[in-house]
Design a protein around this ligand. Sequence first.
Ligand SMILES: [Zn+2]
Length: 338
Amino acid sequence: MAVVDYKKLGLVNTRDMFKRAIGGGYAIPAFNFNNLEQLQAIITASSELKSPVILQVSKGARKYANQTLLRYLAEGAVQYAKELGCHHPEIVLHLDHGDSFETCKSCVDFGFSSVMIDGSALPYEENIALTKKVVEYAHQYDVTVEAELGVLAGVEDEVASEVSHYTKPEEVVDFSTRTGCDSLAISIGTSHGAYKFTPEQCTRDPKTGRLVPPPLAFDVLAAIEKQLPGFPIVLHGSSSVPQEYVDIINEHGGKLPNAVGIPEDQLRRAAKSAVCKINIDSDSRLAFTAGVRQTFDEHPEYFDPRQYCGKAREYMVDLYKHKITDVLGSDGKLVNCD
Ligand SMILES: [Zn+2]
């Protein structure tokens, strides 16, 4: 199959936006999408706020929504952003957690502008060999590559691990030099999913009774930055699990006890560092579910999916806007905001 040139689709890779984000002390949002409403909400929020944005497609998303359809949706997203008055959008179509050379190659060939190869579960030398192979292929087409060193705990689609292993700062120079990767996902205590920490790992806020998770390992982040000054660092598993959506879900028939995420002040602190891409998936799922549950509870007579998916979309737009302006600081950061 001939390779589709992502630039002709109006997409961009991550290189330039990461450089600006590190220099400017903010981070680019990487939002996962699986369906139309999620994509509409992401593009509405990022276009109105003139923020660069990374659309992430996971293995689970490809299975659920079909890779071909998702790629055309992303192509449509560029046009949609322009219709919304964002005439020079910077949209990346990114493969999240690519698990093999073949998966990454198929995404490069198909018009993705960025791919992640996740060799973090492999022995160190095998991770390097696999990442290098993907980089050599992707760079021929100016597609950027994210790699991962260290293991995150938690469950995200089919990526699951019981325990985390922090990234070893002494490995990052060797790894990035030998692989040629463009950015590096690290493990400093973030975790996949809406149950990032067990109650035993947390303390309780005496005022609200809510769980307070252990802090991120900023000392490890600082040591990595010292080894690789100015190199783009990525945080996975960085949903905050906003209590307002958990409360709406639980008030309307849901059952999500003790869901807990990464406090936003910690993400704000990370965004000011060399962390230039922050992945957010679970928060959008929670906002979506809150909208659907609330609508069903308040309107048992509804049966048009546009009624409850519409509410879900509204909640997701609010969530994405909040993340962009109040947490990541990527609003107004397009090269050309006209
Ligand atoms: Zn991840």
